[in-house]
Design a binder for this molecule. Structure first.
Ligand code: TRP
Ligand code: SF4
Length: 340
């Protein structure tokens, strides 16, 4: 496991809520970066199953979605020999630290968090919004701090959460003495890819391309993609730099010579969007082929996947327990009466 040579490497912690099979937005936003960083950092990657309950306490789908997601992580290149993959709810120390951090978190920080604010605005009757949702960033802070992580590789949308983590970290260190290093976000460099409708790619909007989709499903989805909105007729000149389909070509078309050709043809108005999307569909199916094969092999061996998680849970628990011992010493709570 990664902890055998953890000594000198800086540590990374990141997580995703278990939403089942991953889509290209998940991959470009975070996973691709995780795969790249696992050689250089002592990497911990977490299935945030408690976080998944914040907007829906129904846990029935969590097990299946966890396995589907972790299979995709590995199919995309996360290697259990290089990093630690684990499940949040299997490391209960996160909950203990979350409780302590929640006492040191002013309500205003949480009410001002953009993700919460948006949900709060849309829910006038306060029926759908849980107490846990308000504390979402505090639990996330506990996830990160409990491993004394230096970096958190996430997508842009997580930056406000990371800011809260940093503030909670400073507050805790000031109150009880320095325990935690201040973690930093490590953003992905890839251009942001959009969904078929040009909004942010997301499962709930249904505009996403699932990495393990069949070639047929991928082809259909690509053909529905909205292209350059400023190009109403096919012989009008296009603007590839404003076209999501072109961004996809840059990422997934293995025939690199085609990129400048497509760009030129599009600008000149003599390369049709329909052909452009057909070519992209073929390129994307080909690009995803090794992923699909690896995923099928992993899905056929669920015991192996569970074993990876079992080992990961153990390694994560070991790390989290050591830090919690230190936290208890600093806060002094839990030590008045000896247990034995
Ligand atoms: N909030 C993150 C997301 O929705 C998931 C997450 C939970 C996370 N805990 C974390 C990410 C800790 C980074 C670090 O994507
Ligand atoms: Fe986009 Fe291609 Fe159409 Fe140009 S030709 S607008 S790059 S889909």
């Amino acid at each position: 496991m990664a902890d055998t040579k953890a000594g000198k490497k800086k540590r990374i912690l990141s997580g995703m809520r278990p939403t089942g099979r991953i889509h290209l937005g998940n991959y470009e936003g975070a996973l691709k970066n995780w795969v790249k960083l696992q050689d250089e950092f002592d990497s911990f990657h977490m299935v945030a199953d408690w976080h998944a309950l914040t907007n829906n306490p129904d846990a029935a789908h969590i097990h299946a979605d966890t396995l589907d997601m972790v299979i995709d992580w590995m199919a995309a290149g996360l290697d259990p020999k290089k990093c630690t993959m684990f499940i949040q709810s299997h490391v209960r120390e996160h909950a203990e630290l979350h409780l302590l951090l929640s006492m040191a978190t002013p309500l205003g920080w949480l009410e001002r968090c953009p993700t919460f604010k948006e949900l709060y605005r849309d829910d006038d009757e306060r029926k759908g919004l849980s107490y846990g949702m308000l504390g979402y960033p505090v639990l996330q802070a506990a996830d990160i701090l409990i491993y004394k992580a230096h970096f958190v590789p996430v997508g842009e949308d997580q930056v406000p959460h990371l800011e809260i983590t940093r503030e909670v970290c400073r507050r805790f260190n000031k109150l009880y003495g320095k325990v935690f290093p201040e973690p930093q976000a490590k953003l992905t460099e890839t251009p942001r890819i959009l969904g078929a409708d040009r909004r942010k790619m997301s499962k709930s909007l249904g505009n996403h391309i699932v990495m393990s989709d069949s070639p047929d499903a991928i082809r259909k989805k690509v053909l529905t993609m909205i292209t350059d909105p400023k190009r109403p007729r096919k012989n009008d000149p296009g603007h590839p730099d404003e076209c999501n389909v072109f961004t996809f070509h840059q990422l997934y078309n293995k025939n690199r010579d085609r990129i400048p050709e497509i760009e030129k043809g599009c600008r000149a108005g003599d390369w049709a969007c329909y052909d452009c999307k057909q070519e992209l569909a073929t390129a994307l199916v080909e690009w995803l082929e090794p992923f699909r094969e690896k995923r099928e092999a992993l899905a056929a061996d669920p015991d192996f996947v569970k074993d990876v998680l079992r080992q990961g849970n153990l390694a994560a628990r070991r790390a989290a327990q050591a830090v919690m011992t230190e936290v208890r010493e600093k806060t002094t709570l839990g030590s008045l009466i000896a247990d034995d």
